[in-house]
Design a protein around this ligand. Sequence first.
Ligand SMILES: [Zn+2]
Length: 285
Amino acid sequence: MTTSEFHSFRHGSFDITVLSDGPIVLNGELFAPEANDTERAEIVARLNGKDNTAHAQSNIPLIVSDKEVILVDVGAGSRFQATEGRLEENLGKVGVDADDVTIVLISHAHPDHIWGLLKDDGTLRFRNAKYFLGRTEWNYWMGDEASALPAEVQPFVEGARRDLSAIGDRVKLIEDGDEITEGMRVLATPGHTPGHLSVVLDSDVPLIITIDAVSSEIVSFEHPDWSFGFDMDPARAKITRKALLEQAVAENAKLLGFHWTYPGVGRIKRAGEAYEFVNAVGERP
Ligand SMILES: [Zn+2]
């Protein structure tokens, strides 16, 4: 395997490589709860899926500046789906050891984004890193509201509490607009989870790492009113998604999506009332 296995590009003062934690298998209802059967079948087919299931990718940006080695989210480790947990192995393929990571920015506390924080032996996978997480997200998962969620969601709550507790003495809780390092700041994008954060990297145009505020390069662009199956507050998520997509159009931003077809790097074009995703792989830097 060579480093060319992964898509890399320069953005401002950052070298970005889109790693993968491995795909997640989801059914069509999770990709597009509001779609009818025909629409859902078409979406699954465009994702190269079949039998009403398709892969959602786990595109994890490795962001390197002259000062920092940064990961945005850490994947699921071995605790969620068997196809996931490949992040550390894939970091190794680009010559980065887990101990080299200086900053871990957590977008939100869902399994596919944080359950990789701990190795199977219960110790921190990125033991030298500083951690950043939204204060709202921390308070939500640690508080009474999460305790009151339905039984089927309680494994998410238990997992979030396990992993957030493990970084409790080294996490910095942050707010909308806070800077992580020079040229990199977070944007509050609530709805998918209450304290969900997206990430903005400066250059001549911004790069917006949308994470799960824009969950699919097909569904979220072409049907911005439609939710994603894991949106915890679909109405709020819709308002956030539309505002973020409008911001991307206005700023001619480059975009990177966590669950989009690998590597999930592209631009946005207005298409009537909706939007079109334009793949930027191969675009000259
Ligand atoms: Zn996710």
